[in-house]
Ligand binder design. Structure first.
Ligand code: ZN
Length: 386
């Protein structure tokens, strides 16, 4: 097509190449005027305006003509990260918006891909290798499904331009598969003079302490050190609870709560992890653990799925380890409450939490099926992998 020659397409040009440019701009949302139905193959004033707008948006010289540079940029704009495998092909560099997106993400994670120019050159390849190495992937420097998945897992921590999320996740990965020897802080909500939510004859502080003891029993049986943020008759502040977990150098904090509401139909389980849209700060591991607990609890208990959510509550924000708050059921809902006063149900909840913790440390090797395996099965699996 004529765009490969030195003659740019411009106002007055006619032919299929013009129709091609028009279609590409349309697809990107740079539509010309609404009179473009007249002749797609004619480079009219509306198309010229659309070209200028596109050039301006892309930092190109806004001359309203389509030469090799503008056409190259237009051609690259159709690619989204994940559409194709990206790799360094010296002599004829892959280019496109997907490469720009990759470069932005790598730079944001602290792996310098150099200038974000949408060209997969040597710098980009070096940055990909660095990322793969840090993440424990084979460092082949090409961006295929595994590397894409790793990048996408880190999506939100990347947007803050910090490598904190990556380091946090990497620490979990490197720490191995075993739960034994770890320190888990259990934080039963409220306590002492603060009963928390009440409903159907139940007090939240009592229910979550009972649940915590069931989790503790299972954890200590496999060699985990368990600490409590409170006793039966105390109610420390959220700040003090976070400080305790930080001082203990805990690996994980689990905050246990139940909910209650005036609307009697409110029911189900929700989990919360640290995340703030305003500051773009995010705990990737916290989110992962919250998702695991959410899925395991729902699969095992059939409690309604109220999903996992990012929150910047003091306890989640001030803890330096992955922290998850579980709101396990509504005391105000008759059937949730009936289940929460059943010891066998609390045992199922405790088992779900424990399996989630184990799966957290499986990391990339986690092939377990949600809600199916019991802890014994998971430990056998880990043993078989050594
Ligand atoms: Zn509570």
């Amino acid at each position: 097509m004529s765009t490969s020659t030195n003659t740019p397409l411009r106002l007055g040009s006619v032919g299929p190449a013009v129709a091609d440019v028009r279609a590409r701009l349309d697809a990107l949302g740079f539509a010309g005027d609404d009179d473009h139905a007249v002749a797609a193959e004619r480079y009219d004033a509306g198309l010229e305006r659309a070209v200028r707008a596109f050039q301006q948006a892309r930092g190109l010289v806004a001359d309203g003509m389509v030469g090799p540079e503008t056409f190259g940029t237009l051609d690259g704009a159709r690619w989204r990260l994940g559409d194709r495998i990206l790799l360094h092909t010296p002599g004829h560099l892959l280019h496109g918006d997907d490469v720009s997106e990759l470069q932005q993400r790598l730079n944001g994670l602290g792996f310098s891909a150099g200038r974000v120019d949408g060209r997969f050159g040597a710098d980009t390849e070096r940055a990909v290798r660095g990322f793969q190495h840090a993440y424990g992937l084979p460092g082949d420097g090409s961006v295929g499904p595994d590397t894409l998945r790793a990048l996408s897992d880190l999506r939100r921590s990347v947007s803050g331009g910090s490598a904190v999320g990556l380091r946090e996740r990497e620490r979990v990965r490197r720490s191995g598969h075993n739960l034994s020897g770890r320190v888990v802080v259990l934080d039963p909500g409220h306590g002492g003079p603060e009963p928390g939510a009440e409903g159907n004859g139940l007090r939240e502080a009592d229910v979550v302490l009972d649940l915590a003891r069931r989790i503790e029993g299972r954890l200590t049986a496999i060699g985990v050190d368990v600490l409590y943020t409170r006793s039966h008759d105390t109610c420390p502040s959220e700040e003090d609870r976070a400080a305790l977990a930080n001082q203990a150098g805990a690996d994980v904090l689990l905050s246990l709560h139940c909910d209650s509401q005036d609307q009697p139909e409110a029911r189900g389980v929700a989990t919360f992890f640290f995340g703030s849209d305003r500051t773009h700060a995010w705990s990737a591991v916290g989110e992962h653990l919250a998702d695991l607990i959410q899925r395991e609890v729902v699969a095992r208990t059939g409690l309604a799925n109220c999903r996992s959510h990012a929150r910047s509550w003091a306890l989640l924000k001030q803890t330096r380890m992955p922290a998850v708050r579980v709101e396990a059921g509504y005391l105000s809902h008759p059937s949730d409450a009936a289940r929460l006063c059943d010891p066998a149900f609390l045992d199922v909840l405790a088992e779900a939490v424990l399996v989630s913790l184990q799966r957290l440390y499986f990391g990339e090797d986690d092939t377990a099926t949600t809600g199916v395996l019991r802890l014994g099965d998971l430990r056998a699996y880990v043993a078989s992998q050594r």
